[in-house]
Structures are given as C-alpha cells and as structure tokens.
Design a protein around this ligand. Structure first.
Ligand code: CA
Length: 714
C-alpha cells in the first residue's frame, strides 16, 4: 500500500496535515486502510476489476472534511461478481465506482447503513454506476440502493437495466432515525428498466404503507427517468412531505403515484410519453397533495395510469388501501396530446369516497380525440374547477372552458397555447440526459433490438452455422446460403442474433435435437425467410424449436419470426414451436407472414407462471398474416393469474391469420387468461377449437371483430 500525505498534494490550508490518502490495490489493503479513517482521509481504489468485494465503508468525518472512497480514475474501477457497498457513520463520500457484471449477495447493492443500528448520515454517493447488476433469478428480490439515516445525498449516478424484482432505489423509514430525512436524490440518470411482469418493479419508492403516516421529507429533483417501464409505479410515494421537482420522465410506462402519505409536492416536472403505451403522469391519493406547474405531452396511459388520475378513496381506509383525496391542489399544469385524465378514478363499492375540498385550476388540456378524454367515474362536486381551458369544441365539466387553441413549440421544446395564460409556466427547463449521471459513462442507445447491419454470409453446412452463431457479436445478422443446414445439437442464443436466407434462395434448417435454439441470458433471436424441419428429432418431453433456458433468465428477450415455414413436428404429442419457461419474460414475441403445419403442440406456449402471483411470460404477443394448419395444441396459450394490479400486460394481437383444423373442442385455438389487451381481427378460422378468454384482474381492453369463424362472421 502506498501512503501519500495529502498535504503534499494539496495546499495545506485546504486539508489539515494529518489527512491521509490510502492507495489500495487489494481487498486486504482496503481492509487495513478502512479501519482507521480520520476526517479528511481519502481511500483510493486502484483501477481494474475488483471481484467479489463486499465494501464496508464507515467512519466519522466532519462537515468540511468528509472521509472519501474514490476510484483512481472515475469509471476505471469495476466492482464485479458478488459485491456490494455498505456505508455507516457520518460525512462519508463515495465516488467513481462502476458496479457491473455481478450482483449483490445481500438485499442491497449500495446501503446507507452498515448494520441495522449503524446508519449513514450526512453522506454522499455521487458519480457511481450500477449497470445490469441483477440477481441470477428474476424473482430473487433486491433493491439496488437503500437510503437510511439523515441528510444523505445520492446524486449524478447512473442506474440502468434492473430486470430482477425489487425497487431500484428505496428510501426506508422503518426506524425513527430515518424519518424526516431531507435526503436529496438529484441529477441521477435512471435508465431503462424493462417490464418486470409483476409488482416490485418500481424505480423509486419512498417509504412503505406500514410507515406511511410519517414524513420522509425527501427531495427527488432534476433526475431523468428514461424508459423506466418496470411496472405501473415509476415513483411510488408512500410517506409524507416529499418533493418531486424538475424531473424528466421520458418514454416511461407508468406514473408518479402518491400512493400513501400526505402533503407531498409534485411540481415543474416534464413528462414526455412520445406516444408509447401506458405512459402516465401523476396519480393522486390521500390528503394535502399539491400537483402544480407540470408539463405532460404524448402520454397514452388511461385509468389509474392517466396523465392525471385523482382517485376515489375508501371510507376510513386501512393504511394499505386508498385514503380519500382531501384538500388536493392541482393547478397550472399542461396536459397536451395525452389520452386521458381520470377523476374519481377507481370508484366502486369499496372505493366509494369521492375527492373533497380540492381545487383544479389554471390547467390547460389538449387531449387526443379518440375516446373519452376526461373520464369522470363518480361525483366530482368536491373539486372546485376554475380557470381551466380545454382545447376542444365542447367540455364535459363547467369550470373547464372549451376554447380553440393554437399551440406553438417554445425554445424550451415544450408546447404552449398562443395568447392564453394558462397551464404550465413558460420558464420550465427540461433536464437533459447530459445533465444527469456521470459524464464519463455513456447513456444506452435508442436503437431497435434487431438493427439493420449488413448481413454476414454463412458457408454451407450445419457446422458453419453453429460456428457462425458461436462467434457472432451482439446484433449480428447472418445470411444463410440456399440449401439445407443439418444441426445435431442445441444452439444457445446468448446475444442478439438474426438469421436470414441470403438473397439467392431459401435456406432450410434440419434439426435432430430439441430444442433447436435455447434462449439464454442476453439472447434475442430473429428468423427471417427460413424453413425449419425436423425429420428425426427425438421423442422427448418438452420438445420445442425455441425454448428458454432451464434456469431463470434475468434479462427480458425478444423473438421475431418473419416469413418462417415450420412443419412436421409430430414425433410426440406436445412439440411446441416457442416455449417460454418459468421466470422467463419476453418483451415481444412477433410472428408475421409465416406458415405452420402438422404440429402436435402449440405455436406459442407462454403459460408457465401458474402460481397466480400476477406474473406472466410475455408482454406483447403479436401474430399476423400467418397460416396455421393442423396445430393440435392451439396457436397461443398466454397465462397471467392472480389479482395483482401492478402491470400493464400481457397484450395479445392476432390479426389477419388463417387457421384450419387446429385445437379441439377442449383445446382452444387461443387460450388467453388474464390478458389485459386483446385484439383479434380479420382472421379466418375453419374447424378450430374455441377462443378462450378468462378475466383475472383489471378491466381488459378487448376488441374482436371482422373474423370469419367456421364460415360465421363474428
Ligand atoms: Ca408497485
């Protein structure tokens, strides 16, 4: 260990002479240095990868002399393997670390407490990265960051790619020492969080229902939430007196939910949905909530996930249900090109208490014309409406004036109505991605899963194809020569791979071992213009052409089949084309312009989550313009059980297909259980089993039209 007296490096008036810098290269050296830290001391971790490193960082610094743990070079210290960081004490500062390629052996990656009684206060974690640091099993729960103690700051960090269960950042109020904390969570980049398909996919949660009667007084300010799609709650406020201010919510499915606790302030935030499904704004529950001067544009959420939802409450509500809205103030917000605001949302026999003593004033609304743009689900006489403008020809509520309005995009990139002084303030600043997270760590790209890179030619023969896939880098597109590729093994797909026929003729893959493809961690697969046959696959239980790995896959994946021809999978009674196993989650399964014939199993089996925890296997299933002939197991089986309300999917679209001789009287052509959005249109089904739809939760959006079923138009 090299020891450098800091006064040699810095002017002596800046840091007292006894402050020291410890440069450490091993975990043993770190342990020695960490034992005797004094105010102003700095521990420097050598550049490189530190594997299986459980960092305990504790001590007592001083307000102007924190104890610092830093990287030799920001971004060059990688914490990998089974690793985490615990802080205990006061005036600590951690900076420059990157957590990647691993996961925490405990329930948190960064804990602002060393033990249950040694909490961190007046401490800061800044310029730190946590990137895809996921538990191996998607339903092994952890939180990436746990805030405890008082007056801590978590700023300029990068957190993206959390795909396992548990909150990205949680503020804990379970002891008195952590309440009224005035923590600051600011200038962070909360990057893409894929759909979890279950509760527990929040990006931030402040408190829990059990302690929600306490104030947390946490400030969430100037952060970017980019594609945070984990579940219906992006930010779940479960405590009082918090401030959510000046953040950008970009293409994030979900909403800021004032779920429990009173007296929270949501102001000057910008929500840009860009037309993506389920993008929402703010949901109001409880007492004394203020929602003012926010800007919403391009949001497509409805119901609880509307651009604004003001809920009906439960009279004398238990702490874990819905406290009545009382004294809410919703003023000077703009709702532009958004699908819906919903008032008295969720009114039913239990949620029978309408909002009261509340104000809705100075808001500007320009909502999309399709459907009901202002939904009123119960009595709203407890809301005083004044000075609002709806850009429309008519209005459903007096107090919201209907006026035509021309919108102009201002220098800040936001739309404002010409000559109308209403809605969000003109001086709103939209946080930029560059102003959040460490400057030295690139933000994830906004590209499609399967790019359009030039394809790489694959030589003839099965071994050439196996070698090409094994050697492929992520995003590769491989062009197969005309002719037959005979494959004698299961091919693992652990990166993004596209297989297509070259322009010279169609390629056939003949496989002798099932599955042909196994989707593993990091795998995405697209097949285009390929024929697949299996003359001699063995008779094995669970046969499939494409199957997910037997162990859980922590990352979501995408499958696409376009112009694919698969036939003759009859060696046993349940030979599926695509089979998605337990704890696996597909973001999308897309089948288009394809042909399937003589298959004993199902085309898409996505019914493995039968524990009824509200989990499921596919978010979007889209089957179009395809032919299905003699598919014994039916085309698709999608299952979401339980009554959990934390997710938006699954979505199933079945359009313009031709189905003959498939399923049976007891075997549905489509078995859709708990699917939240169903579109079945333009299909022809002759001699097929039934279409079975079972509602388990929510209010599914079902559209079935223009189908010809056994000659009958339905
Ligand atoms: Ca939740």
């Amino acid at each position: 260990m090299r020891r450098i007296t800091a006064s040699l490096l810095l002017a002596s008036w800046a840091i007292p002479a006894h402050a020291e810098s410890f440069f450490v290269s091993t975990q043993d050296e770190y342990a020695v240095a960490a034992q005797k830290l004094q105010p102003g001391d700095v521990v420097v971790l050598a550049n490189g990868t530190w594997r299986d490193f459980e960092i305990v960082f504790s001590g007592t610094g001083a307000p102007d002399k924190p104890i610092t743990l830093k990287s030799e070079t920001p971004g060059k210290v990688i914490i990998a393997g089974r690793s985490n960081l615990k802080l205990g004490g006061r005036h600590l500062r951690v900076t420059g670390l990157v957590f990647q390629d691993g996961y925490s052996p405990t329930s948190e990656v960064i804990s602002f407490r060393r033990t249950k009684t040694d909490l961190a206060s007046d401490s800061q974690v800044t310029d730190v990265v946590i990137d895809h640091f996921n538990q191996p099993d998607r339903f092994q729960s952890d939180n990436w960051v746990g805030l405890y103690g008082q007056r801590n700051r978590f700023d300029r960090n990068y957190l993206a790619g959390k795909s396992n269960q548990g909150v990205t950042l949680a503020v804990h109020l379970d002891t008195a020492e952590s309440r009224g904390n005035t923590h600051s969570i600011d200038h962070n980049y909360f990057g893409p969080r894929p759909v979890l398909g279950s509760n527990g996919g929040e990006t931030i949660r402040i408190g829990t229902s059990a302690y929600s009667m306490h104030d947390s007084s946490t400030v969430i300010e100037n952060n970017v939430f980019d594609r945070c799609d984990g579940e219906v709650e992006i930010v779940s406020v479960k405590s009082g007196a918090n401030v959510v201010r000046g953040n950008l919510f970009l293409e994030s499915s979900g909403a800021v939910v004032l779920r429990h606790g009173d007296g929270n302030l949501v102001e000057r935030n910008v929500f840009l949905g860009k037309g993506k499904d389920h993008t929402g704004g703010v949901r109001v529950i409880n007492r004394n909530q203020i929602v003012r001067a926010n800007y919403m544009e391009g949001l497509r959420g409805t119901g609880f996930g509307s651009a604004l939802a003001v809920m009906n409450g439960v009279p004398n509500s238990p702490v874990n249900r819905y406290v009545e809205v009382d004294n809410a103030s919703i003023t000077d917000n703009s709702f532009i090109d958004s699908s819906r605001i919903t008032l008295a949302a969720g009114a039913d026999s239990e949620r029978s208490a309408p909002p009261r003593n509340s104000r809705f004033s100075g808001n500007f609304l320009q909502l999309t014309s399709d459907g009901e743009s202002i939904a009123v689900e119960a009595d709203v006489s407890g809301i005083a409406f004044s000075g609002n403008v709806l850009a429309a020809a008519a209005t459903p509520i007096s107090g919201i004036a209907a006026k035509p309005a021309k919108l102009t995009r201002a220098a800040n990139g936001l739309l404002y109505p010409d000559r109308l002084d209403v809605g969000a303030p003109r001086d709103l600043a939209v946080p930029s991605l560059d102003d959040t997270g460490p400057r030295w760590y690139a933000k994830p790209p906004r590209t499609a899963v399967f790019g359009d890179d030039d394809p790489v030619a694959v030589g003839k023969g099965g071994s050439s194809l196996v070698a090409a896939i094994a050697g492929a880098t992520g995003g590769s597109c491989l062009a197969l020569a005309p002719g037959t590729y005979t494959i004698d093994r299961t091919i693992e797909i652990s990166s993004t791979i596209c297989l297509m026929s070259s322009g010279k003729g169609r390629a056939t893959i003949m496989f002798a071992r099932a599955p042909l493809f196994e989707i593993a961690r990091g795998g995405n697969l697209r097949l285009a213009g390929i024929t697949i046959r299996s003359d001699d696959a063995p008779d094995a239980v669970g046969n499939a052409v494409i199957r997910t790995a037997a162990q859980s896959i922590p990352a979501n994946f995408t499958l696409e089949l376009d112009d694919v021809d698969i036939a003759g999978l009859t060696v046993n009674r349940a030979f599926d084309v695509i089979s998605i196993g337990k704890s696996a989650m597909a973001d999308r399964v897309v089948i288009s312009r394809s042909r399937f014939a003589d298959i004993s199993g199902k085309i898409v089996a996505a019914h493995s989550e039968i524990d009824d925890f509200g989990r499921y296997n596919v978010e979007y299933l889209d089957i179009s313009a395809s032919r299905f002939d003699t598919i014994r197991g039916g085309i698709a089986d999608v299952y979401r059980g339980g009554t959990d309300e934390s997710t938006f999917g699954p979505h199933v679209r079945f359009v313009d297909n031709v189905v003959t001789d498939s399923g049976a009287a007891e075997i549905p052509v489509l078995a859709l259980t708990g699917v939240q959005k169903i579109a079945i249109t333009g299909n022809r089904i002759d001699r097929g089993g039934p279409i079975a739809m079972t509602r388990t939760t929510g209010e599914p959006d079902v559209s079935i039209r223009n189908n010809r079923i056994d000659g009958v138009v339905e």
